[in-house]
Write a protein that binds this ligand. Structure first.
Ligand SMILES: Nc1ncnc2c1ncn2[C@@H]1O[C@H](COP(=O)(O)OP(=O)(O)OP(=O)(O)O)[C@@H](O)[C@H]1O
Length: 266
């Protein structure tokens, strides 16, 4: 997938363009370790999948990258900006969509997007056109004046995604964006994400859907017990795990089972 030059790839932030995301020695404990020294580097325009079994530390890692949770140790840089030292500058470049969409239930989806326009102080005319395009694209246009409280989970997920894309983030962080969506809604979301990735938006997502990760992302990180077990393209992971022709599911299960066995033997 080749990034195109546009507002997502532009050097508007004036920040370093070498890495979209650089995470080093990231740690977080909630009494017991959840993230135990994660290093990740993602290039501008890359579509990256973070996979791992339940409780592996994926959401905790994403929440720290998004600046919503303070790490115990480690550094996080987004386009060269230290998320902890300059959180506001970093947040301008980031959008985070959690697995449970956070919307204001009493607002209509249009009011929600207007709220976001105000929050980011976006150019109202430009943002209005963009909001309209996103709502049409996600099949929410006919529901624009309905309150979010009446939306299904899939509609809420799409509204949250529209809100996240409105300020044209350069790094889009999505925690299980496709879980619980029906096939038609999942297709709309996947198509929109792939389009944004093609346009150069850097995307990091978590998913338990191996076939989706296999088809959508360019590079994968597989984590368990708060550590990166392996990282690379699907072909690199196949070579590394000696699974020629193996599916991502084969590779994932091999890596996770090996890691469990190593822990049991230690
Ligand atoms: N706020 C919290 N308080 C206490 N423990 C937490 C908190 N958030 C996460 N944890 C713990 O940290 C570990 C990692 O959780 P995390 O949600 O990051 O995993 P995950 O890989 O996203 O899992 P899943 O695939 O099930 O969503 C788990 O043991 C979890 O119970």
């Amino acid at each position: 997938m080749k990034p195109l030059a546009n507002s997502w790839t532009g050097s508007g932030s004036g920040a370093s363009e070498l890495h979209a995301l650089r995470v080093s020695g990231l740690r977080k404990s909630f009494g017991r370790p959840a993230v135990s020294g994660i290093d990740l580097t993602i290039a501008p325009g890359e579509f990256y999948g973070l996979l791992g079994p339940n409780g592996a530390g994926k959401s905790t890692t994403l929440r720290m990258i998004a600046g919503l949770l303070a790490p115990d140790a480690g550094t996080i840089e987004v386009f060269g900006i230290d998320v902890r030292k300059d959180p506001l500058a970093a947040k301008k470049l980031i959008a985070w969509v959690p697995d449970e969409p956070l919307l204001y239930d009493k607002l209509t989806v249009m009011e929600y997007l207007e709220f976001i326009v105000g929050l980011w102080r976006l150019d109202a005319n430009k943002a209005q056109g963009h909001a309209q395009e996103l709502l049409k694209r996600l099949d929410l246009w006919q529901h624009r004046d309905e309150r979010c409280e009446g939306f299904s989970r899939g509609m809420k997920q799409k509204a949250a995604l529209a809100g996240a894309l409105l300020h044209e983030p350069r790094l889009l962080i999505l925690d299980e964006p496709l879980t619980g969506l029906d096939a038609a809604i999942a297709r709309q979301v996947k198509d929109l994400l792939l389009e944004r990735a093609r346009q150069g938006c850097t995307i990091i997502l978590t998913t338990h859907l191996m076939d989706v990760a296999e088809r959508m992302v360019q590079r994968l990180g597989i984590i368990a017990s708060g550590r990166v077990l392996a990282e690379g393209t699907l072909d690199e992971l196949r070579t590394r795990t000696q699974q020629v022709g193996g599916t991502l599911e084969d590779i994932f299960l091999r890596l996770v089972t090996n890691a469990k066995e190593e822990v049991a033997a230690s």
